[in-house]
Design a protein around this ligand. Sequence first.
Ligand code: G3P
Ligand code: MG
Length: 341
Amino acid sequence: MCPFSQGRKIGKTEDLAAGQVNPQLSLFLFIQIACEKPFCSGRKNRSGVGRLSVLLLTVGCSLNAPIFFTGNVAFIYLTVCMVPVMYGGGYYMRTAIFAHRGSKANRPENTLSAFEEAMRVGSDGIELDVHLTNDQEVVVMHDEKVNRTTNGKGQVKNFTLNELKELDAGSWFSPQYSGERVPTLKEVLELLSDFPGVLNIEFKTDRNTYPTIEERVARLVSRYRSNLPVVYSSFNHESLIRLKEIDSNADLALLLWERLAEPWRYTQQVGASAQHLWEPSALSETGKQLQKHGVKVRAWTVNKPKNMQKTFEMGIDAMITDYPEVALDLRKSFESMKKSL
Ligand code: G3P
Ligand code: MG
């Protein structure tokens, strides 16, 4: 016998009032719809299938639909509607995991070793930072100065590529990596030629503007990564606007510490699809509001397991982390836990 209809037509208002149309399910659905909440916490973005299921279930259980429901037909109908809910396919917003400067926690940052490790563990994305040398080569490094991450001293912009290549970019991290060199963007693009995930290139143009860096990066990307996903970010939003003028299809992300008022308006004005927000800003109401307005949110730098868990629960689009392997493991546990609910 159909557990919903108890072998008779269901869906009449009086049935509902008499509690014969599974009132718990109806109430549950009503709350879901009223609160615009998905079925499980953290699953913010319902897909079309998910939305349709909610709609069908609501129509079927909460409203008057006697024409549709008789006996076992009702049971089959409701079961089919529940499939995407049970398997989570219609509802789950998976948080992507981007490896910050490669796998920064266990490799010297922004080196080929760090990017190899990020790929090995299965990162969904890889973030890196770019500068220009004195002879206008695009190189991958975080700081404006080489002091912290090499055995040299001085500003990247004052080194030629050959001079930069003489520096050791691994020993500062561990003697095991003493052979590491500062990579060019071209070398990294070659290494990542089979990496299907997102490459996030951050223009470090907030202190030195490096005229022409945007064109040089765009040229390299069109040559080595034309069919693979690339997101450009920067704290210098003018750099991103310049890039968009060069490549109107470029996918832009605004790097921000702050929580702006109506941040989606500014994002649209710049022509960006995402904000890369400082972790506390991303995990606040601002992050939620941005997503509600169709702006992607990627949080940086999420390193504490507790905060990784929060990004999964909030359904933040991506986290940028020094610990991609840890984050991937935690996501696996989070997803199994959600599936078992
Ligand atoms: O892109 C996220 C993050 O890398 C921004 O800060 O200083 O690590 O480049 P930073
Ligand atoms: Mg960066």
